[in-house]
Design a protein around this ligand. Structure first.
Ligand code: GLU
Length: 424
């Protein structure tokens, strides 16, 4: 286990710097003292491991695995594990810090962490994925634990990988420890409602924001970038509440239908088409960049970081942006969004539904009990709604945009807790 040097950073803006610039602005607005600022700006632990894996053809390939714990002030650290070719230290660091702020915004007793493996899950067999996931779990044995650090799914991972992590960890303990991981399959102690939880939280945030803007959902339109777990459930649930979803997109392209896309049909199509919308006929194919410029009420970026940047922000016509992804808006684009008067339900608020139901899963595992889906949804909706109101009120009190208000709410909570706990 080694402490790492920064890995190559992707093009565009660096997500860690994007996170830091908002953190700085919010800390100033809050009047955070320097000492606490310095504690919160640096991650607690950064781990890099090399994972040599035997591939199906008999060759050995070495993968890089990361886990960054940004903070454990509020409780055990929590955050997903991402499998993607773009994984690098700065990205994982930013995502870990966002988990700290996210858990604090929705007021659940967790710190923040994130993990990742640089790999291409689309090109790996189930056997290769299993060996990689088990090797990663063993390499992180001293890090993971139900009271230490609790992984969950993120891009490129899902219930299948969580089951392997839970099983591998449990083998080393000589007993079943299902609370070490969340986002598990239902039969292994997963929670009802977890799969759709992030998309559901996006829907709740969108409706709360529409209420403030006096937009009637039944007369509104929406474009959603990304049709994975978050985007597709957000689309389905928004459609159910009357919103006309006119554009969706994924790696295969963007699909537009001014009369509204039949989201159920799109999901069925994707599920039967190796996970992509390629060839979907319920809409016309448009340039994916166009999705951001459409004349819609609501824009939901639900894929990756840095998709709304100074390059395209000028042309955005939506009145409301609801961030299903983590870090989809670059820090430099914030100023223009604010100038244009667009309301933003920021990532650390809008996509916190996933970690909220992860928390419920962990609680149920520790109770040895199973809640109904109805109870899960009711409680997570309540948490999302009250977090939205908290952030909205802070934005009025501090006269700042919603994004900075969300950081203010989060940093204030973590800083107060830190002061009570004390340092060395
Ligand atoms: N990966 C998800 C996120 O970014 C979920 C994390 C979790 O449930 O711990 O919020």
């Amino acid at each position: 286990m080694a402490y790492i040097e920064p890995a190559p950073i992707k093009d565009k803006e660096n997500p860690f710097e994007s996170m830091m610039s908002r953190f700085q602005i919010a800390s100033q607005a809050l009047g955070l003292d320097n000492e606490v600022y310095n504690v919160l700006k640096t991650p607690v632990k950064q781990v890099l491991v090399s994972l040599p894996i035997t591939m199906d053809d008999g060759s050995i390939q070495v993968f890089e695995g990361y886990r960054v714990i940004h903070s454990n002030i509020l409780g055990p650290s929590k955050g997903g594990v991402r499998y993607d070719m773009g994984v690098n230290l700065d990205e994982v660091k930013a995502l870990a810090a966002w988990m700290t702020w996210k858990c604090a915004v929705v007021d659940i007793p967790y710190g923040g962490a994130k993990g990742g493996i640089r790999c291409n899950p689309r090109q790996m067999s189930a056997g290769e994925m299993e060996r990689l996931t088990r090797a990663y779990t063993i390499a992180m044995l001293e890090i993971f634990g139900p009271d230490r650090d609790i992984p969950a799914p993120d891009m490129g991972t899902g219930p299948r990988e969580m089951a392997w992590m839970m099983d591998e960890f449990s083998r080393t303990q000589g007993m079943t420890v299902n609370s070490v991981v969340t986002g598990k399959p239902l039969v292994l102690g997963g929670s009802l409602g977890r799969t759709e939880a992030t998309g559901r939280g996006v829907m709740v945030s969108a409706l709360a924001a529409m209420e403030k803007l006096k937009i009637n959902p039944y007369q509104s339109t929406c474009a959603i970038q990304g049709f994975g777990n978050v985007g597709s459930f957000a689309a389905l649930l928004l459609e159910e509440r009357g919103v006309k979803v006119v554009c969706i997109s994924d790696i295969s392209g963007a699909y537009f239908n001014e009369n509204g896309i039949d989201i159920k049909a799109a999901i069925e199509y994707r599920n039967e088409n190796k996970g992509t919308l390629e060839g979907f006929e319920g809409a016309e194919n448009i340039d994916p960049d166009e999705l951001f410029h459409l004349e819609v009420d609501v824009l939901v970026p639900a894929a990756k970081e840095d998709v709304i940047t100074v390059k395209n922000v000028d042309k955005i016509k939506a009145k409301l942006i609801v961030e299903g992804a983590n870090g989809p808006t670059s820090a430099k684009a914030d100023a223009i969004i604010n100038e244009k008067g667009i309301l933003v339900a920021p990532d650390i608020l809008a996509n916190a539904g996933g970690v909220t139901v992860s928390y419920f899963e962990w609680v149920q595992n520790r109770l040895g009990y199973k809640w109904t889906g109805e109870r899960v949804n009711r409680r997570s909706d309540r948490i999302m709604k009250s977090a939205f109101e908290r952030v909205y009120n802070a934005s009025i009190e501090y006269k700042v945009p919603m994004r900075i208000a969300a950081y203010i709410v989060a940093i204030d909570k973590v800083a107060k807790t830190y002061k009570y706990r004390g340092g060395f």
